[in-house]
Design a protein around this ligand. Structure first.
Ligand SMILES: [Ca+2]
Ligand SMILES: [Ca+2]
Ligand SMILES: [Ca+2]
Length: 187
């Protein structure tokens, strides 16, 4: 990664999400079984019965997302995405300023599972319900204040925060806190 086009700040954000959200079993690679684990985790967080419609929709959506990610990023075709492949893919996206279709789907999926009540807004409780399974409650509260100023988050605001997180090199961007308070930003 010596000739990376990304700043260290961008790279740190991208690798943070790799570890926190995607690499469920924390073995340093994103693989199909990470998505299988993620589906089960979401099912438990949102208290869905096994094989209910939402559970099936999620299996289908995350299956497509994994296929899209693998097709885009798995350059050496070993059925897993390494950190190097992950960073290279994001360099591509950032350079061309495009969000790949699978990533758009993942963003919609994340909004939908964050918005447990289904009213098209994420409130603080919903944010905490979801993210306390990935980060501490204290960190959830700090992060929600940063990204929302205490107000509910609409789908379009969420899209902007998402874009800031993955694309922006601005340390002041609110979106930097979308998935918690990164160590490299904590005061
Ligand atoms: Ca893994
Ligand atoms: Ca690979
Ligand atoms: Ca809601």
């Amino acid at each position: 990664m010596a000739d990376s086009q990304l700043t260290n700040f961008q790279k740190s954000k991208i690798l943070r999400v790799f570890s926190i959200l995607y690499d469920s079993d924390k073995d340093g690679f994103i693989e199909e079984r990470d998505f299988v684990m993620a589906i089960e985790k979401v099912r438990q967080i949102l208290e869905w019965p096994v094989d209910c419609d939402k559970h099936k929709e999620t299996q289908e959506a995350l299956g497509l997302i994994w296929k899209g990610l693998r097709a885009y990023a798995d350059v050496n075709a070993d059925d897993r995405v390494s950190k190097e492949e992950w960073v290279r893919m994001w360099e591509d996206c950032i350079r061309s300023d495009t969000v790949p279709e699978w990533q758009q789907k993942f963003m919609d999926f994340m909004f939908n599972v964050n918005d447990k009540s289904g009213d098209n807004e994420i409130d603080e409780n919903e944010y905490k319900t979801y993210y306390q399974n990935y980060i501490s409650v204290d960190e959830c509260e700090k992060a929600f204040q940063k990204i929302s100023g205490g107000k509910n988050i609409s789908r379009s605001e969420f899209g902007q925060l998402w874009k800031d997180y993955f694309f922006s090199d601005d340390r002041q961007a609110k979106g930097n806190y979308l998935f918690g308070v990164p160590d490299f930003l904590a005061a």
